[in-house]
Design a protein around this ligand. Structure first.
Ligand code: ZN
Ligand code: ZN
Length: 445
């Protein structure tokens, strides 16, 4: 039975590799923790004004910038690592538990009573080694309810009140995923609404099940009815014929799919994204294809590729030019006056006017900090060269080239003089962290 042993050892190799990966992920978190602790420890060399919290934020941002990640992602991981139960952490370090399971255990135990957790820990670890993350989560929930039903009920009630949220993620090919954290009951409710829409379609509708459900979600979002796309229904709608012939198949919902609804759906389609008010990011991203461009017309050689003197990406080029020079050497407008001699109206008042604020936010959809994805609508407007309250004409002016959006966190790091920024020619931003690492971000458009 040589083949059996062969397969057996090949599978052991897979498991061995997995253990190595798990242990490596655990040690990455341990190193991050060590780094942040060492950066936060002791008195800060920057003197007054810089708190331990500022140093913590800066340290997380330093790690995030080095890994091209975000504050939230790194902070999340580190907080989880610091709160891990000793046995769970040991399993992680030994490579027996992977990050997904560790996170599952952590998330499900987050609000549990400490005494309960101590009692359940061994059992949960056993479950973790033989269950997929989804099943593991349900098992932990079951154990928690069994151990302390009242506490568990209170925890769930509070979570439903405080933890709901929406997250937007830009995906490929012009698609986004919008994740909603809601109660189990609400999720089931929405799914059954979607199913109710889908079941009213004729079997001849050409869309796949996924496509139908996706379109049903969009229709529900707009307060519309999912329209059947089978040939018969299409013809009926184009003719504007009385919808009566559809009656047998569509039952009582026919009135909702009649002519007037079509008119409403056409008018709402254009404006619904602007008026939703949910996600203030609905602006064309620089990478999106113009609407009139053909989808796959790439047969012709790319003759239109613009060549820049020096070649390479903007960032590569500026990294080479700047080298280790400090902030100020290469600034486009070192005085923050935008190349002007006389301050234009509003330039000497600290707060930007409404029109300037709108323009700055339109040109910079996100916080200027590298990799930060806080939309500029939720950001402070910050002076790149600092405004001088006593002598406004000497300091950086309140003008387009000297104002940028910065989220609270990154604004604070700059105010504390931990991170520094300058605007380089060609619209490239040059950012230096407290340790002297240089980062560059290209202009957003
Ligand atoms: Zn139909
Ligand atoms: Zn930010």
């Amino acid at each position: 039975m040589a083949w059996a042993t062969e397969h057996h050892s090949a599978l052991a190799d897979v498991l061995g590799a997995r253990r190595t990966i798990n242990a490596a992920v655990a040690s990455e978190l341990a190193f991050m923790d060590e780094y942040v602790r060492s950066r936060t420890a002791g008195t800060s060399p920057w003197g007054t004004g810089v708190t331990e919290k500022d140093m913590y934020s800066s340290a997380i941002c330093e790690v995030a910038a080095a890994l091209s990640s975000t504050f939230a992602a790194i902070d999340n991981k580190l907080q989880m690592w610091r709160q891990l139960r000793p046995l769970v952490r040991q399993g992680f370090v030994d490579g027996v538990l992977d990050l997904e399971r560790v996170r599952t255990i952590h998330d499900h135990l987050l609000q549990a009573r400490p005494e309960t957790v101590v009692v359940l820990e061994v059992e949960i670890l056993k479950a973790a080694q033989e269950m997929a993350p989804g099943a593991l989560g349900r098992e932990i929930d079951r154990l928690l309810t069994e151990a302390d039903a009242d506490w568990d009920r209170a925890v769930r009630k509070r979570a439903a009140r405080t933890e709901k949220r929406i997250r937007l993620r830009r995906r490929a090919r012009g698609l986004s995923s919008l994740t909603t954290l809601m109660t189990d009951g609400e999720a089931d409710e929405q799914l059954s609404r979607i199913d109710a829409e889908v079941t009213r379609l004729h079997p001849e509708d050409p869309r796949s099940d996924d496509q139908r459900r996706g379109d049903a979600q969009t229709a529900l979002m707009r307060g519309e009815t999912l329209l059947c796309e089978c040939a018969t229904c299409q013809v009926v709608r184009e003719d504007g014929t009385d919808p009566a012939p559809e009656n047998p198949a569509h039952g009582d919902s026919t009135t909702e799919t009649s002519g007037p609804t079509d008119t409403i759906s056409d008018t709402t389609r254009g404006t619904s994204t602007d008026s939703s008010g949910l996600i203030p990011l609905e602006r064309e991203l620089p990478t999106s294809r113009p609407p009139d461009a053909p989808p796959a017309d790439t047969t012709e050689p790319a003759t239109a590729t613009p060549s820049r003197p020096g070649g390479g990406t903007l960032i590569e080029r500026w990294r080479a030019i700047v080298g280790d020079d400090p902030i100020g050497v290469h600034a486009l407008y070192p005085d923050g006056h935008g190349g002007m001699k006389i301050p234009p109206p509003g330039a000497l008042s600290y707060t930007p006017g409404r029109a300037l604020a709108a323009k700055v936010r339109a040109e910079n959809p996100y916080c200027l900090h590298p990799g930060c994805n806080v939309p500029s609508e939720r950001c402070d407007l910050d002076h790149i060269v600092e405004f001088d309250r006593h002598r406004p004409e000497k300091g950086g002016w309140t003008i387009l080239t000297n104002i940028g959006p910065r989220c609270r966190l990154h604004h604070n790091l700059k105010t504390r003089k931990l991170w520094r920024t300058e605007l380089l020619p060609e619209g490239v931003l040059h950012i230096v962290d407290p340790l002297g690492n240089h980062y560059f971000t290209p202009p957003s458009r």
